[in-house]
Design a protein around this ligand. Sequence first.
Ligand code: FES
Length: 71
Amino acid sequence: SLLDVVVNNDLPLDGFGACEGTLACCTCHVVLSPEHFARVDKVNPAGEDELDLLDLAPALSDESRLGCQIK
Ligand code: FES
């Protein structure tokens, strides 16, 4: 997942992925470009639990996803 990329590369994104991908925090909220969103959505669409949690994300966009759910 995108969360794995952040963790495995020790990227300095403070607080990103606080719940370690258990769909409990939405700190991994990312906004993709329209092109990337379309590609990701085609092969790995958001599930109902992700969509429910995204509703709580600040600055929600049509291209929002949770990084821990992007495979
Ligand atoms: Fe918590 Fe993605 S890391 S919802």
